[in-house]
Design a protein around this ligand. Structure first.
Ligand SMILES: NC(=O)c1ccc[n+]([C@@H]2O[C@H](COP(=O)([O-])OP(=O)(O)OC[C@H]3O[C@@H](n4cnc5c(N)ncnc54)[C@H](O)[C@@H]3O)[C@@H](O)[C@H]2O)c1
Length: 270
């Protein structure tokens, strides 16, 4: 499927940790479609080394930045614009982490310092990334900014814990900042609400395997994979979606609009 949909487009991709990462698949497909980009991740993720291989494969420079630190982001954007030789057409925010989830804290017992840290990494960082691009005037007109989210922002999934609240905040930032980007620069801002996907972040959620099977049975088209998500992201970075903005876009095989499926009914039958 090499249509060169992103020929001439430049961007920054945050969040490729390993081959399972959604951002990894998006980087591969964006490269296939002709995009040039810089890869970024937290300095601690660099030590794992895998991202360097992706950089070589996609011809991308890898620049570390903690997405919660404005000084890191400012340096990253300056270097990215220099390496890519101009302003950006797209940004992918594929970042999430909850200390409470990691440490198995129940929602009713949340540690609020950990909550603040997870909120900063998972939600406020999206504002920080966009504020950096805004102040530097880093985006070209008709650019596209995208973040990854999950339906726990709208409906309760108990084991998703405080990430549910972080995602609700993230989606709200997409709408609030999306307004300003639209009026000032004709840049669009959206979130993709993705099916459960087996990645490092995803698998950290308690009961993930059972949950992914349940979602598969509840989705008329089956769960959307990370590869499917990458195709969707490419379309959202392309010129074919220029007036889609401030949306939370479900990419979940129909899960979000299914009350119950025959497969689930059968399982509960006599
Ligand atoms: N896996 C799923 O089931 C699923 C479903 C819907 C949405 N999402 C979302 O997709 C996005 C990507 O997650 P993934 O599933 O590919 O897992 P992943 O673990 O591969 O990616 C999460 C990334 O966040 C990065 N990160 C953490 N702290 C950071 C910081 N301070 N600065 C910069 N980067 C930091 C990690 O290094 C990692 O690369 C997340 O927003 C996640 O919530 C995942």
């Amino acid at each position: 499927m090499a249509h060169q949909l992103l020929a001439g487009k430049k961007g920054i991709i945050f969040g490729a940790l390993n081959e399972e990462s959604i951002a990894w698949k998006i980087a591969e497909k964006a490269h296939e479609q002709g995009a040039q980009f810089v890869l970024s991740n937290a300095p601690v993720a660099m030590r794992m080394g895998a991202i360097q291989g992706l950089g070589e494969k996609t011809g991308a420079e890898v620049i570390p930045a903690d997405a919660t630190k404005m000084e890191d982001l400012d340096k990253l954007f300056a270097q990215a614009e220099e390496k890519l030789g101009g302003k950006l057409d797209f940004i992918l925010h594929s970042i999430g982490m909850s200390v409470n989830v990691r440490k198995g804290k129940h929602y009713t017992e949340l540690n609020h310092d950990w909550l603040a840290k997870g909120w900063d990494v998972s939600a406020a960082s999206f504002h920080k990334v966009m504020q950096t691009a805004w102040k530097r005037d880093s985006m070209n007109e008709w650019g596209s900014i995208l973040a990854l989210t999950y339906i726990a922002a709208q409906r309760t999934f108990p084991d998703y814990n405080d990430m549910a609240d972080n995602k609700a905040y993230l989606e709200s930032i997409a709408r609030s900042f999306g307004y300003h980007w639209g009026t000032r620069k004709k840049v669009r801002v959206n979130t993709i609400s993705q099916s459960p996907t087996p990645t490092t972040a995803g698998s950290g959620v308690k009961g993930f395997d059972a949950f992914i099977n349940y979602a598969e049975k509840m989705s008329p088209l089956g769960n959307a994979t990370a590869d499917d998500c990458a195709d969707y992201a490419v379309s959202l970075f392309s010129d074919y979606t220029r007036r889609v903005t401030m949306q939370n876009l479900y990419h979940d095989g129909g899960f979000s609009h299914t009350g119950v499926s025959e497969a689930i009914i059968e399982q509960f039958g006599q």
